[in-house]
Design a protein around this ligand. Structure first.
Ligand code: COA
Length: 157
């Protein structure tokens, strides 16, 4: 699954920041989505759309001028969907200080030329770390789909 690893590096500038000199959460989320989409496409070798993103926590503020690194990789693949994990780190390029600022999980769905979901290849997991990631992704998928089902049921009552 290493082959799906995608790294985006963004040197933050004025247009990414609010008046307090902190980087907008939306800027971070957009770049997470881009990194996740690319990792998914590297696995599926088809276009992929974002079906869902799990809740995202911002652990530390990112300051103007810091360098953001987005590291994404596919954790698990099912029939047409994949889970992609993204880790965000912020670096002060003057001091080398590095902080883990966010993590998120995306569900990406491979689509065909009509925009319909299309099957993806299975994941080839080789290491204990990859097996752990896949196992935990299965748990998150069960929670996501369970929640969706409960909401649909509640709407029909
Ligand atoms: C994502 C999308 C293609 C799914 O289409 P759909 O007709 O609902 O397809 P299905 O119900 O057959 O689901 C397809 C897969 O997505 C998964 N999925 C769909 N919605 C999901 C959600 N909210 N959370 C988690 N997984 C989801 C399903 O579990 C299924 O996975 P599997 O095939 O691996 O079992 C469709 O909803 C869509 O186009 N959404 C808009 C995407 C978009 O514009 N994103 C932002 C820009 S990229």
């Amino acid at each position: 699954m290493d082959e799906t690893t995608t790294i985006l590096v963004k040197w933050t500038g004025l247009h990414d920041a609010n008046n307090a000199g902190h980087i907008h959460g939306g800027t971070v989320m957009k770049l997470c989505d881009e990194a996740a989409g690319l990792a998914a496409m590297r696995h599926a070798r088809t276009p992929a759309v974002t079906a869902a993103m799990d809740r995202m926590a911002f652990l530390h503020p990112v300051r103007l001028g810091e360098v953001l690194t987005f590291k994404a990789r596919v954790n698990a693949a099912w029939h047409t969907s994949m889970e992609v994990g993204v880790r965000v780190e912020a670096e002060n390029p003057l001091t080398g200080d590095l902080r883990h600022t966010s993590s998120a999980y995306f569900t990406m769905v491979a689509i065909d030329e009509r925009g319909d979901p299309t099957p993806v290849p299975p994941c080839v997991v080789e290491t204990d770390e990859e097996r752990r990631r896949e196992r935990e992704a299965q748990l998150r998928r069960a929670n996501r789909l369970g929640e969706r089902e409960q909401i649909m049921d509640a709407r029909q009552q």
